[in-house]
Design a protein around this ligand. Structure first.
Ligand code: GLP
Length: 244
C-alpha cells in the first residue's frame, strides 16, 4: 500500500491495529501484538495514544512482544527500546505492565540463551502473534536479523552489522558507543505471526524496499523472506516505493 507521506501511512496502520484490538476484545480474546522501535513506527504509536485518549481505545486485553533490544542495555538508558516503548506508547495507554514483553538487555550473558527460549515459549503459549509491526533497516534487517539470518532463525543474540551501527551512531553520540550486539526475535519467529505489517519511509529506504519486494528470497536480505508469508503487507510512502 502506497501513501502520499508517512503521516498517512501511520494513520492507516494505527487504524488497522485499533480495529484488530477491538475485534479481539469483542471475541473475548487477548490481542497479541508484535511491536517495533525506530523512527518508522513512532507516529503509529502517537496515533494509537490519540485513539486511546479521544476514542477510548483500550489496551487492557493487549499483550505485546517487542522485536528486539540492544545487548547489553539498561532499561533506563536513553537508547533502550524499553524506554522508547514506555515513552511513545505504554506510559500513555492502559496496557497492563505484566502484558508487556521486551527482550531483557540486562540479563547475564550465560543466561541469554535461556531467556531467548522463554521469550519464544511465551509467544507460543498465547497462540502466536496476531499482528507484527516491522520497520526496515538499510541492511534489509527486520528486528535485528542481519545478513546471514536464516529462515529458521529464532530469538537469539546477534552481532550488529557495521551499517546498522553507523545508522544508530547519532542515538549513541558516536558509533564507538553503539553496542555490538542485540537480542532479536528470529526470522521464523516473525514469519509465524498471523499478519505482518512492514513500514518504510523515505528515499534512504528505496533501494532496500525494492530488494525486499522484487529481489530473490535470500538470507542476505532478511525482509525478503516476507515474500513467502501469506499475509504480509508493506505500507510505504511515495519515496520508499519509488524504485518499485
Ligand atoms: C533498528 C531496529 C529495527 C528498525 C530499524 C530501522 O535497527 N532494530 O527494528 O526497523 O532500526 O529504523 P528506523 O525506523 O529508525 O529507520
Amino acid at each position: 500500500k502506497i501513501f502520499h507521506d508517512s503521516d498517512d501511512v501511520s494513520r492507516a496502520v494505527a487504524a488497522e491495529m485499533a480495529q484488530l484490538i477491538q475485534e479481539k476484545e469483542k471475541a473475548g480474546q487477548p490481542c497479541v501484538l508484535g511491536l517495533a522501535t525506530g523512527s518508522t513506527p513512532m507516529h503509529v504509536y502517537g496515533e494509537l495514544v490519540r485513539l486511546h485518549k479521544e476514542q477510548g481505545l483500550s489496551f487492557k486485553h493487549v499483550v505485546s512482544f517487542n522485536l528486539d533490544e540492544y545487548f547489553p542495555m539498561q532499561p533506563s538508558a536513553l537508547q533502550s527500546y524499553r524506554r522508547f516503548m514506555q515513552e511513545h506508547l505504554f506510559d500513555h495507554v492502559d496496557i497492563q505492565p505484566e502484558n508487556v514483553h521486551i527482550p531483557d538487555g540486562t540479563i547475564p550473558l550465560h543466561q541469554v540463551a535461556r531467556h531467548c527460549e522463554e521469550y519464544e515459549a511465551a509467544i507460543d503459549a498465547l497462540g502466536g502473534i496476531d499482528l507484527q509491526l516491522l520497520g526496515l533497516g538499510r541492511t534489509g534487517h527486520i528486528g535485528f536479523n542481519e545478513k546471514g539470518s536464516s529462515r529458521s532463525s529464532v530469538t537469539r543474540l546477534i552481532t550488529l552489522d557495521k551499517v546498522t551501527r553507523v545508522d544508530a551512531a547519532s542515538d549513541f553520540f558516536g558509533e564507538e558507543h553503539v553496542p555490538r550486539r542485540a537480542i532479536t526475535m528470529g526470522v521464523s519467529t516473525i514469519l509465524k505471526a498471523k499478519r505482518v505489517v512492514l513500514m518504510a519511509f523515505g528515499e534512504n529506504k528505496t533501494s532496500i524496499v525494492t530488494q525486499t519486494v522484487e529481489g530473490p528470497v535470500t538470507a542476505q536480505v532478511a525482509a525478503s523472506f516476507l515474500q513467502e508469508h501469506p499475509a504480509a503487507q508493506l505500507f510505504l510512502d511515495y519515496a520508499a516505493a519509488s524504485g518499485l
